[in-house]
Write a protein that binds this ligand. Structure first.
Ligand code: KG4
Length: 336
């Protein structure tokens, strides 16, 4: 079954064709990140305008790359939540029109469920149940994936998402936007014990996290050094920060595994590309006898192939929508 999928929740306009939830037949992404980099963050109105311009050509390219016509498509899937509302609306309205024109089912997909499904594309043998550490620009959560469309959030951040924290710390270190990957590169040459930083502990909630204290600690350290004219090693600070994030995430994943009895661990979202988190998870899961599934690097960030993968399973579960489908800025992952 071929699904034509769309993703437009932030600054990537993406379309893809995915077969049976597991095989990518095409995967096209047009990013407006260069425009937002001028402002140090995503400007929602500019993102929406870029989606309007890009979505039709991106859709045509996705069909052409797959060697298919619209009539060969079995369903149309689209991210309908969460995200920048104007941006999500562009994808939802375009997908509705395509589904109507092609007379095919319309499948709404939760963006974070899509990130989780990127693992089905990388690992054909991964089947639920498993735990998924979801780490992106907008989400930080440990999710129990009980079945393809049945999920429970076991713990999440109480304030900043981990990607947001990476980007703000990168900005204060003078790195370009979006800074996560630049900070990751810088950290690889630094000493991770040079700057002791606070953890992300939340009292009485062993699977929840709080990153605002860690972020503020780094920002204060940099500002204090600037005021005193003291030298800071940026690679050491990047490495110490990356270690603090990883040290916050990994024990919570292990705790969730012990609580649920899950022996399979997956990771999802843009921050799943982080080399420190990937390496530490490999070590920790190896030591605990847990099987680790990491999405391939190109599928960590926003893309439509992951929406096509999850769309397939949502369709099998009968989760379709009609032309009244709306876009939502926030939506509970467990609700779908
Ligand atoms: O999943 P994503 O593309 O968009 C959302 O759905 O939020 O995630 C984007 C986030 C940004 O904060 C970006 O800086 C971060 O993922 N990111 C990284 C790395 N690559 C991307 N953070 C840390 N290390 C990386 N290598």
């Amino acid at each position: 079954m071929n699904i034509l999928a769309f993703e437009s929740s932030c600054d990537e306009t993406a379309a893809a064709v995915v077969a049976d939830g597991r095989v990518i037949r095409s995967n096209v992404i047009a990013s407006s990140v260069d425009v937002h980099a001028l402002y140090g963050g995503v400007v929602p109105e500019l993102a929406s305008r870029a989606h309007v311009e890009a979505i039709a050509p991106v859709a045509s390219r996705a069909l052409a790359d797959a060697g298919l016509a619209l009539s060969d498509i079995d369903a149309v899937a689209v991210t309908y939540a969460p995200g920048l509302i104007g941006a999500v609306l562009v994808g939802v309205n375009f997908a509705k029109s395509v589904a109507l024109a092609a007379n095919k089912p319309l499948v709404p997909v939760h963006h974070v469920r899509g990130h989780i499904a990127a693992n089905y594309l990388t690992h054909p043998d991964l089947t639920p149940p498993f735990l998924c550490l979801c780490v992106s620009g907008g989400t930080t959560a440990i999710v129990h994936v009980k079945d393809y469309t049945e999920m429970e959030v076991l713990g999440s951040t109480r304030d900043d998402a981990v990607g947001e924290c990476f980007d703000k710390v990168a900005r204060v270190l003078g790195l370009p936007y979006p800074g996560g990957k630049y900070l990751d590169e810088l950290a690889q040459t630094g000493c991770d014990t040079a700057y002791p930083l606070p953890g992300a502990h939340v009292h009485d909630a062993p699977m929840d996290l709080s990153f605002s204290g860690l972020k503020t600690a780094v920002i204060n350290l940099v500002h204090n050094a600037q005021q005193k004219g003291a030298d800071l090693s940026l690679p050491d600070l990047a490495a110490s920060f990356s270690k603090a994030v990883s040290d916050a995430l990994i024990p919570r994943v292990l705790h969730a595994a012990a609580e649920t009895g899950c022996r399979q661990i997956a990771v999802a979202g843009g921050v799943a590309a982080n080399s420190r988190i990937r390496a530490d998870l490999e070590t920790a899961c190896g030591a605990a006898g847990l099987r680790l599934f990491l999405p391939s690097l190109p599928l960590c960030g926003d893309n439509a192939a992951m929406i096509g993968a999850q769309g397939y399973f949502e369709l099998l579960a009968g989760h379709t929508a009609d032309a009244s489908l709306n876009a939502y800025a926030t939506r509970d992952l467990a609700q779908g």
